[in-house]
Design a protein around this ligand. Sequence first.
Ligand SMILES: [Zn+2]
Ligand SMILES: [Zn+2]
Length: 116
Amino acid sequence: MKGECLCGRVKFKIEGNIPNLYQCHCSLCRKVTGSSANAATFVTQKDFLWLSGQDKISSFQKPTGYRSDFCSLCGSPVPNQLRGTELVWVPAGLLEEPFEAAVAVNVHLHMASAAS
Ligand SMILES: [Zn+2]
Ligand SMILES: [Zn+2]
């Protein structure tokens, strides 16, 4: 499975199947995507490979620790490794290939603060 940002400069690849997708509805994820929810997945670092554009990635972090990495050319959110873990957060909207039916969104987070 390959993915890339809007301008195509930042490219990455995931080995194997996407384990699952979740959608976070918190106010931070709404702002970071400009959308009603943030669909994403986590993969282990060994299954994740950068193909290009890592030097174009900028990072923003709130004092609370919420972090967003994004392409400095087009502004797309891009994958980031969760500090201190083996997990890489991957925004689902960047993935280039269709998912198998088994990986429909199966977890919804922060529904209490979801957009009405
Ligand atoms: Zn880009
Ligand atoms: Zn969130």
